[in-house]
Design a protein around this ligand. Sequence first.
Ligand code: THU
Ligand code: ZN
Length: 297
Amino acid sequence: MSQRFIDLYKDLPTEYVDGFKSIFDSISFAGELSNEQFQMLKQITNLEEQELKLALLPFAAAYSVAPISKFYVGAIVKGTSGKLYFGANLEFAGAQLGQTVHAEQSAISHAWMKGEEGISDITINFSPCGHCRQFMNELSTAEHLSVQLPQRDEMTLQQYLPESFGPKDLGIESGLMSPVNHGYHFVENDPLLEKAIDALNRSHAPYTKDHSGVSIKTKDGMLFCGSYAENAAFNPSLPPLQVALVQLQMAGIAFSEIAEVGLAEMNEGSISHLADTQSTIEAINPDIPVTYVAISE
Ligand code: THU
Ligand code: ZN
């Protein structure tokens, strides 16, 4: 049984508990809900779709790692496939605050790495900060994205971000989460770096063209990866390590399980994630080795 949700069951009406446990305590639960599972929860609770998503926010926030702020944010996004994906904020004690992942970025990058090509809506337990509004304005679905907060009417991202600055101001039409394959290959037989290059091939870096990806190998030998997600306003960009750490966290695997990290980026790019990847990993555990490859055009 997952320890993560134990306290939450106490707050649920008793007639919901068995149904919730059948989903959230399942060994295969990985922070996402299929349409069938969501319909089952709707039946159990008799709640409307938006109300149910709000009721599920504590289950998303249960993934938060916030040793600095102790402020636990949860987000749930609906992918264009209809599946729901959880996300939560991740903070890194010992690193600088700019390395933090916001819950909105977590849920969105979770859905992206699981193959979603856009999201239709996001439900969050606190109002999205300016940086997240800007991050969401990078998405393929930014024009029509709706945002649901507790005790608020559903509003569009464009209502939350009037007179916005975005990709079009820099002449970019392709949104974050649009499927891409940059087609780079790697000849050496190294599964860790191959996985990082898979992530690099899906990265969204239309401003620098400096695609990059990170892979994480766990002590059990499982591999996770994250692609770099660039933003038109530059600073809200989400580094590849952060995206990979989101995948690990949402699979229910603690950062203490990380054995090795791989970073792939472009040779002689105008930017590099090497120093930040090394320093954030060092803040997690200085014994984790970071392997690096730079790909040539
Ligand atoms: N936080 C979010 O996750 N989303 C927001 O938009 C507001 C702020 C997180 C970041 C940090 O971990 C903590 O809340 C305090 O700002
Ligand atoms: Zn934010």
